[in-house]
Design a protein. Sequence first.
Length: 271
Amino acid sequence: MRAALIQMPVTADKRGNIETACRRLREAKARGADIAVLPEMFCCPYDNACFRSYGETQGGEVQRALSALAAELELYVVGGSLPELEGDRVYNTSFVYGRKGELLAKHRKAHLFDIDVEGGQRFRESDVLSPGNAVTTFETEFGPMGLCVCFDFRFAELARCMCLRGARCIFVPAAFNMTTGPAHWELLFRQRAVDNQCFTVGVSPARDETASYVAYGHSIAVDPWGSILCQAGSGEATLYADLDLRRADAVRRQLPILSARRTDLYEVRER
């Protein structure tokens, strides 16, 4: 399964962002991609002041464009994420489309990015966004895939739940920053891959030093042994990772962590 990791710039021009994404998706298909992944908030500046005004209800402009292009190109598209409006709520939502343009999955970011690192980054998504409440996997001809958004990936239980459902690859549209990115980005993607004996794929926006929130970049793909298959720098780039999913099966046979787990040891008992 060839995955395209599209690390694109994100500007204040929503229509321009959609056009950039569609152009990069076409290029990915021409390079033989089976599945292409866009960054978190790829059509919207990552700023609480923008989420509601850039948002759209289900079936909105961005979703229609991605669905139509997925069908035209016969390409799986993990549509990064966008602000999804439902009633008075705003969600950070990733939509996935199949080769016929059908909606395969929708994941609302469950763990909101509320951090205050001393001497570093402060951000509170919960000031504007509402959390989702689902573990999300989707089916492809290559088997089940996992999906989460950025801060979700810090929660080991969520990744484990996806893999227990059969996922051999987890896709993560994400936008780590210049505090957390250098410290934890590569570490987390390698750690989750080793813990769950799966491929992990993280896709970030390109870095814009003038933005109110500066993304780290460094989109990455890691194999089930924890080896980095590819990693971008900070600028605009599209990477290609050829994921042999049999590798996950082989590692799981050699080190049977998932099948050998002792559930009885971890039961929570009331005292």
